[in-house]
Design a binder for this molecule. Structure first.
Ligand SMILES: [Zn+2]
Length: 285
């Protein structure tokens, strides 16, 4: 999956004392676009030492091994404009996620998620005052009403429903003619356990009941500021699924030997489908 970058190690502990060094990477973020160079399938970020304009502030984001990443800001939570460099541009996030090295693509996603949080919380949602950064932790604080805002992560359930040797696969509406299968998926609602999310989403999207929920793995998914939680479960009762019409165009049982091999080494969904297709790689699912 995208976050599997070993032997590289992602460290997100926030340290307010950190200052960029010449070799630190600088993220210029603007509305889900990142300033970078993408020649030959390789993703490159500017370094602090290569910049001639060091005005504004550089907010520490995270490290991957010894490489530190900083968000370039003009003032608290206002994105700083990138330099005018030939061959460099603000690129949409979705165009970066499969570039190499994988650790840099992963850094792009997480930096965009944090960049979106910083720039989207410039003002207090309670009283409208300008926010300032906490001096001790990654949080934005309102100096007027003391509202404290932490990075928001939206929990999502990804559900692989098994019916003997068949898996419940779906196709979402509005995604053109993309022939790829997906799994039932949906956001947790307030007041709901993630297990309840699994049961509700499968019922809402396909009209079937499930049992024997088994947690598989999770995946940070920066494109929706989410934490995806993957579950396998079994059909409980009547087996005729129906696509709900508003979200899905297809929901159907697909035999193990008819499932295409599309594990892309990138998404939890594709890994779970491949895990079922290969019979749990010999493990119990
Ligand atoms: Zn406030």
């Amino acid at each position: 999956m995208i976050q599997d970058i070993a032997p590289n190690v992602y460290q997100n502990h926030y340290d307010p004392a950190k200052q960029p060094a010449a070799g630190s990477y600088v993220i210029f973020f603007d509305n889900r676009k990142l300033f970078c160079r993408t020649g030959m399938g390789t993703l490159t970020f500017p370094t602090y030492g290569a910049l001639t304009d060091h005005s504004g502030m550089f907010r520490y984001l995270f490290s991957i091994d010894q490489d530190e990443y900083y968000l370039a800001l003009d003032q608290e939570c206002v994105p700083k404009a990138p330099p005018a460099w030939e061959g460099w541009d603000l690129m949409p996030l979705f165009s970066l996620q499969r570039l190499q090295p994988k650790a840099s693509a992963y850094a792009a996603l997480e930096a965009a998620s944090l960049g979106g949080w910083y720039t989207g919380n410039r003002f207090c949602g309670r009283c409208g005052h300008e926010m300032v950064h906490s001096e001790t932790e990654r949080a934005l604080q309102c100096p007027e009403c003391h509202n404290l805002v932490y990075p928001r992560i939206n929990p999502v359930a990804i559900v692989a429903v098994r019916n003997g040797d068949k898996l419940l696969l779906t196709k979402y509406k509005g995604r053109g003619d993309v022939p790829f299968y997906a799994l039932v998926a949906g956001f947790a609602e307030i007041g709901e356990s993630i297990e309840d999310t699994v049961r509700r989403e499968v019922m809402e999207e396909t009209g079937i009941r499930v049992k024997n929920l088994r947690f598989y793995k999770s995946q940070p998914w920066a494109l929706s500021d989410s934490l995806l939680m993957g579950f396998f479960c079994d059909l409980d009762g009547a087996e005729t699924p129906h696509a709900d019409g508003s979200e899905l165009s297809v929901a159907e049982w697909v035999s193990r030997d008819a499932i295409p091999n599309r594990d892309d080494g990138f998404s939890l969904t594709s890994e779970m489908i491949e895990y079922f297709r290969t019979n749990g790689k010999g493990e119990y699912i």
